[in-house]
Design a protein around this ligand. Sequence first.
Ligand code: AMP
Ligand code: TRP
Length: 338
Amino acid sequence: MTTPTFTPRVFSGIQPSGGLTLGNYLGAIKRFVSMQDEAFETIYCMVDLHAITVWQDPADLRRNTRELAAGFIASGISPEKSILINQSQVPEHAQLAWIFNCVARMGWMKRMTQFKDKAGKNAEAASLGLFGYPALMAADILIYHATHVPVGEDQKQHLELTRDIAAKFNHDYGVDFFPLTEPVIEGAATRVMSLRDGSKKMSKSDPSDASRINMTDDADTIAKKIRKAKTDPDALPSEAEGLADRPEARNLVNIYAALNDQSVAEVLRDVGGQQFGAFKPLLAELAVSKLSPISSEMARLMADPSEIDQILKRGARQARDITAPILEKTYEIVGMVR
Ligand code: AMP
Ligand code: TRP
């Protein structure tokens, strides 16, 4: 069988299930922006169908979807360069997900750590959608034949499953139809940690607001959260190895490096030897200078969401030019009468 060459195409998604955090920005969105200018077609998605795998108040979901779109645009994702969509307006995602539900195996799904984390102790009460979530994620990616998926570290296992689903589909039907997608997990901030606990991921679902920086936080709030961030009593080291057993210190240096487009080594060359009393104000100033233009642009866009809604409508039309033929071909391969 000949191996088809797939056009380099990037897809990634974020759930509109709450506000955007600095973790989403550094781990995902900032890198989505830079990939627009490389030799890729780029498609970015608000995954509203994924969001409802846990309860979402309808009014909040609508607002969060628009706010996430505003966050994408304010961060530099251009509707001229990228296709920007919400998942539910491109029905082929859910249609392909059904087929993948029939390709993925129960045993594979049961190993997914995000399901175990999110379902918690009472897995019997979790929705069936939460369990099947990774098959929909695989469909999001493969309905575009996407070749590259930029994400944070926590999504690695889901991307391995996406490759397993593509490989099993290709094998079972004797085709070379779906690409084996490459995860793109790069940069200093693939895993931004909680400001209160260096062993926990910064997350929009953490009950403590002080644990995260929200993209909509004002300058004072950002500065205060950084000032109060958990640290240790030692000065900063001059080399990255010195951060090995210091999760909180490492996290703040990683955040600084990612915000300033520097490597950790470069940052430590400048700030090595400083106490946190000196470093935290520098970090706060940097964070405010990078984030406040984004949050004010988000507020401007949210003042009249009709512009956002138009962008998403147009994005859905562009997306369906890609997804409809891929779904048709999939149905044909599977043996559905058309
Ligand atoms: P979610 O908010 O869970 O839908 O995540 C959206 C994207 O942000 C995914 O690519 C995640 O890997 C990334 N992400 C979420 N939290 C973090 C974090 N604390 N550090 C780095 N990346 C993150
Ligand atoms: N599961 C991802 C998260 O929780 C969101 C997501 C859904 C996604 N579909 C995707 C990410 C496709 C990348 C590609 O962060």
